[in-house]
Design a protein around this ligand. Structure first.
Ligand code: FES
Length: 470
């Protein structure tokens, strides 16, 4: 989602490490030399192998986009530049296993700083948050402190049926801890979210590629008074922001408005109750479309009931709940339509949009039409164009208007589409001839745009096109 709201505050780009390719074509940090310490275990956890390319056309989208369009984007690029062999390479991921109960060998005690490309994650806990969302807590074997900015997301590489899929998920835990929590909602027909919910077991290894996201409370300068607003699974990064501020013993005055369909769809309900009981500077207001049975639900969670009311977000509700709105910084995350409504309310309330930060989070279903994206030589469609990727011997008739990312994935080009929403920059590639229509170029520099680089996830093919990865 794009936004015309551009905070004037100065925001430094996240400290993301540039990536370079190893011989297998895997992006590696150019700075980290840390290796996870091996841990012996009586439980041999399943090992995931990571190969590049061949990602199917799952179109689930985890959209993370700040309202800060003038911010310098993170310089990310882990497109696999021109390595023809990388499409089938197995990546040499750290071999970690996890022991439940008995410890056979102790890992190194020395804490290290997280380097996503060299630190394999080990699942240590699964928690059902709602009927369709789940928190996954990961650890590392080398006492890694997971370093990120509250509100950021991480890109996971998940191998399913021999193919590696990349998805970006928001972090719901606090930085500088030895555990990392991701909270993931099942996307209808979503390949990766449902696979994780159904298959990822305690002790399984998973690989993370990078962390990113300009929507975070470190880079977005904010006042001591905040209004955090979320809906659905958009609560994930906002919860990380709230918990981090509270853990810092911040003097922040935090109002938290969370909207959900009903009681069964309130993620982190018990956690919010606990935080409310512990911190007088943290107040939660739930806004439920249907609050039937909410009182019973709250008591069942064995704590004080959270304040709640029935209804949809509106100007009246906001002004009634937050008469000091102008004194606050707003952090907003949720589905696109919800965020647009809140943005309109803020503007209609003459809110200073320099203090308004947002990130969209709208998962989409798999693209069921993927087989129709590429047409063979006898394809009947007249709305077809040619796709050429010389470095990977791709020469194919495809549907005009199709997603460039999906076309490249379908044809075995090892490109990584992590956020699939024009935010992370992982799908950067170069159009050497032909034309595309792009809806986002947020992570590209002016020089890169001039050279023909585009974000494949945000581009559609409009004519015959030749593409390179670098
Ligand atoms: S996949 Fe993240 S910008 Fe394209």
């Amino acid at each position: 989602m794009s936004s015309s709201n551009t905070p004037s505050s100065t925001i430094s780009p996240p400290a993301l490490k540039p990536l370079k390719l190893n011989s297998a074509g895997l992006g590696q940090s150019t700075t980290s030399k840390e290796k996870p310490a091996p841990v012996s275990s009586k439980l041999q956890a399943p090992k995931l192998n990571f190969s590049l390319g061949g990602s199917d056309n799952n179109n689930s989208k985890s959209t993370a986009k700040p309202a800060t369009s003038k911010l310098t984007p993170p310089k990310l690029n882990f497109a696999l530049g021109g390595s023809k062999s990388s499409g089938s390479s197995k990546l040499a991921t750290p071999k970690l296993s996890f022991s439940l109960g008995e410890t056979v060998a102790k890992p190194s005690i020395k804490s290290t700083t997280w380097s996503p490309t060299t630190t394999s994650l080990v699942l240590v806990k699964r928690e059902l948050e709602t009927h369709d969302s789940m928190s996954f807590t990961f650890a590392a074997a080398d006492q890694t402190l997971f370093d990120f900015k509250p509100g950021q997301f991480v890109t996971l590489a998940v191998e399913i049926d021999g193919k590696t899929h990349y998805r970006a998920y928001s972090i719901s835990s606090v930085p500088q801890q030895k555990q990392l929590r991701l909270t993931i909602k099942r996307v209808p027909d979503g390949l990766v979210s449902n696979w994780l919910a159904d298959n990822l077991a305690i002790g399984d290894n998973l690989s993370a590629l990078n962390i990113a996201g300009q929507f975070n409370s470190s880079d977005c300068q904010h006042k001591a008074k905040l209004l955090l607003v979320s809906a659905g699974c958009g609560i994930t990064p906002v919860m990380s922001i709230a918990k981090t501020l509270l853990a810092q013993d911040s003097d922040a005055d935090i109002e938290f408005l969370h909207c959900a369909r009903d009681k069964d769809n309130v993620i982190f309900h018990a956690e919010m109750q606990t935080l409310t009981a512990q911190h007088s500077n943290f107040k939660v207001q739930l806004l439920l479309e249907n609050s039937d049975g909410f009182a019973t639900f709250s008591r069942e969670n064995n704590s004080n009931a959270l304040a709640h009311q029935t209804g949809m977000v509106s100007k009246d509700v906001i002004q009634q709940l937050y008469p000091d709105l102008q004194d606050r910084t707003i952090f907003l995350c949720g589905p696109v339509g919800f965020m647009k409504a809140v943005e309109n309310i803020a503007q209609e309330s003459d809110f200073d949009m320099a203090n308004f930060f947002q990130e969209s989070f709208t998962p989409a279903a798999d693209n069921k039409q993927q087989d129709n994206l590429s047409l063979d030589a006898s394809g009947a469609s007249t709305a077809s164009v040619m796709l050429y990727v010389p470095d990977f011997a791709v020469e194919k008739k495809v549907v005009q208007g199709a997603s460039l990312l999906e076309l490249l994935e379908n044809n075995g080009v090892p490109i990584i589409g992590a956020c699939r929403a024009g935010v992370c920059g992982s799908c950067k590639c170069k159009v050497t001839s032909g034309e595309v229509k792009s809806t986002s170029s947020e992570t590209l520099t002016a020089a890169e745009i001039e050279q023909g680089f585009v974000l494949a996830c945000s581009s559609t093919v409009e004519g015959d096109i030749t593409v390179a990865l670098s």
